[in-house]
Design a protein. Structure first.
Length: 314
């Protein structure tokens, strides 16, 4: 029942051809819209079952990227109608509404984050985050001069994407290896990172290495700003759910030939780590900026005291 667009999108998300929380969320909404348009279900019950199956197929690709299930929730919760035609129309409308909100959210977040950046500031980045870069772009649009120290972010070197984007905007960039981060903290004014998800206690789940950088930044007195749209809030953590850390393919760390040469050591490749809220100065969202300990208030406002998984419902 899952159509080809859904399968292709799921594969691209899993292989990180589609990356970044907002991009993943948009792709998921697009895929569900495609599923709805292609469906030849003969009854509303069959249509809903197809949509749930497509959502499950997408959900299983990246367990840590909470923007993905939040996008799926939005579309599935807005399915309305007593006929297949009406349900199909509501799916299209929900996907369009989600995309509109997504587009506005990053611009609003960027303007809020830019207020924390002063003319002449130097930021240090880790991994690639369109939300974090939105803050820099808004500061540039305000006429501020911003420079960047960009960590390459192994093993996939997402920092190269960040550096390329910043250079297109005319931002002076210094690229460093990950292990040099502490050495260069004395030369920066902010650590600016994104988030794959944020827990109810204000913990930030982001690319592995973020926590180590945040601890070093606190020691040096460098503020850590996390830029994250509200779609990255993890509502399941309100009910005690623990965020699952995705383990990536071992060959990203050690090629098969090298592993054999080294005697086949065990290899672990966690994609993310957890930064405790005490190492974060502010979480910037499209709804405003928050100290991490108060993000639970915003989460309850948006999601209540917990949430369900509509793709598992019958």
């Amino acid at each position: 029942m899952v159509n080809e667009d859904v399968r292709t999108t799921a594969e691209d998300i899993a292989e990180m051809e589609i990356r970044g929380a907002a991009t993943i969320a948009r792709a998921a909404a697009d895929a569900l819209e495609s599923q709805a348009e292609a469906s030849d279900a003969e009854s509303p019950a069959a249509f809903r079952a197809e949509m749930r199956e497509a959502a499950r197929h997408l959900r299983d690709t990246r367990p840590t990227a909470v923007s993905l299930p939040n996008a799926l929730r939005y579309v599935l919760r807005n399915l309305e109608g007593e006929t297949v035609r009406a349900l199909r129309a509501s799916a299209t409308e929900a996907a369009e509404s989600f995309r509109d909100q997504l587009e506005r959210a990053q611009d609003d977040l960027g303007e809020i984050g830019a207020n924390r950046l002063r003319d002449g500031d130097v930021v240090m980045t880790h991994c690639h985050s369109t939300d974090a870069l939105a803050c820099v772009k808004a500061a540039l649009d305000d006429g501020k001069h911003i420079e960047a120290v960009v960590k390459e972010t192994r093993p996939r070197k997402q920092g190269h994407i960040t550096a390329e984007q910043l250079r297109e905007w005319g931002v002076p960039v210094t690229m460093i290896v990950d292990n040099a981060g502490r050495r260069y903290l004395d030369e920066v004014d902010h650590v600016l990172v994104g988030a794959d998800s944020i827990a109810a206690d204000g913990s930030v789940i982001n690319k592995v290495g973020t926590s180590m950088l945040a601890v070093s930044a606190r020691e040096r007195g460098v503020p850590v700003m996390v830029a994250a749209q509200t779609l990255k809030l993890h509502p399941d953590t309100l009910t005690g759910h623990t965020v699952e850390i995705e383990m990536r393919d071992e060959t990203e760390v050690l090629a098969d030939d090298d592993r054999k040469r080294l005697g086949n050591p065990d290899v672990e490749n966690p994609a993310f780590d957890v930064t405790p809220p005490r190492y974060v100065d502010a979480i910037v969202t499209e709804r405003g900026q928050f100290p991490p300990e108060s993000i639970v208030t915003l989460m309850r406002e948006l999601y209540g005291d917990g949430t369900t998984e509509p793709w598992t419902e019958e």
